[in-house]
Ligand binder design. Sequence first.
Ligand code: CTP
Length: 428
Amino acid sequence: MHVVLGVTGGIAAYKVALLLRLLKESGHDVTVVPTQSALRFVGEPTWAALSGRPVATDVWTDVHDVPHVRIGQSADLVIVAPATADLLAKAAAGLADDLLTNTLLTARCPVVMAPAMHTEMWEHPATQDNVATLSARGVHIVPPASGRLTGADTGPGRLPEPEELFAVCERELARAAAPSDQTAGGDPAAASTADPRADLAGLRVVVTAGGTREPLDPVRFLGNRSSGKQGVALAAAARDRGADVTLVLAHGEVDPPTGVDVVSVSTALELKTATETAVAGADVVIMAAAVADFRPAHYADRKIKKTHDPGDPDAAPTIELVRNPDILAGLVTQRGSTPRPLIVGFAAETGDDTGSVLDLGRAKLERKGCDLLVVNEVGTDKTFGRDDNTVHILRRGQHEPVADLGPAGKDVIAHGILDAVVAAVTTG
Ligand code: CTP
C-alpha cells in the first residue's frame, strides 16, 4: 500500500521516525511530506533514509510530475503526525499553501490525523472546532494522550506512541481494502449506508478487559494469562466509531486507550460491581475480561509461611476455593426481556473429547444466554498475550458463525466484532 506520512512542525516529529520504520517494515511504500517547520525538528536525510525515497518538501520541486496533485491522488492512506494546531486549522479551512495541505485536498483515501500540542492549544475552542469539522468530514482524529509535554508541564496534548498510530494505519488500510458488502452479521444494506467511522455514535458501550486476580494472602494471588489486549483494542475501536465508552479494566499488559472512561478493578467481585454499575443505561456490553471462576475461600491477612503447619514442617497447604458469580449470565438475567443492552460474551476454548471449539462455543452461548459470543481458541501459543487473534462470532438463534475473523491484528478483529455488534443492534 502507498502511505503518505505528513509531518508538521512539532517536537513529537522525532517519534514519527519510528512510525515510518513500522510502516516500512510491514511492507508499505511511504512518501514522507514534511512541512518546512517539521524539517527544523527532523531533517530531510532522516526521512529519506528511513523511507528509502526522495522526500517531497515543496510544490516547486519536480513540477513536471505535478506533485501537489499526484501524491494525494495516488495515496491509499494519508496520516499526519504530529498534526499541529496550525495544520488542523488549515485543513479545516481548506487552505492549500504548501505540499502537505495540497495533498490533503487531493486525497480521496482515508485520512488520519494525530494532533499533538500544548494542552492550552489543544483545548482552545478554535482547535476543538477545527477537530470537530475535520472529524465530521470523515477524518480519523487520534486523540492526543495525556502525559509529559515538551517542558516540565503535563496534560492532554502528547502524541500517542508510534505503535498505537501504526495500529490505526493498519486498521484504516484493512477497512478501506475490505469489500463493503461483506460486513459481518449479514446485513450488507446497513453496512453500505452507515458511515464506517461513526456507526456507534450516540451509543454507550461498556467493555470489560484483562484478567482478574484473586488474592490468597498479601503477596500471592490466583490469576490468569489474559493480556487485556483484545478488550483494550475493542474499547479503542468503539471510541473511534463514535461510542461513549466505559472500560472496566482488570490486570493486563497494555495501558488503557485515551478518550474512554476507565474503571480499574482487580478481583472478579470488583469487576462484577463495576460492570453492573456501568451497564445502567448502556446500549452494548462486551465481556472480554478473563474472569476467575474460583477464588480462595479464605484470605490470609499475613503471608502464608512455608512452614505454616508447626506439627509438620514439610506440609504443603491446601487451598480451598469457592465459586465466583458468573457475571455475564448475571447481566443476561438482570436485563430480563428488554432488548438493551446487547450482551456480547467471549469464550476461551481449547476443544476437548466432548466437542470442537465451535461445539463448545455453541453450548456456552446457549448456557449464558447472551446475544453474541466471540469464540477463540486458546492454548499455550495461541491468543493470550499475542498481537493477533482468530475468532468465530456466534449469534443466538443461528447455527453457523456470523463471521470468521483472522488471523489478524487484535485491532482488526475488534472492528470485525463491532461490525457484528452494529449488525445485531440494527437488525434487533
Ligand atoms: N465470565 C463471567 N463471569 C465468570 C466467568 C466468565 O462473566 N465468572 C464471562 C467472560 O468474561 C466471558 C464468558 O463469561 O465473556 C466466558 O468465559 P469463559 O472463561 O470462556 O467461560 P466460563 O463461563 O468460565 O466456562 P468454562 O469454564 O466452562 O469454559
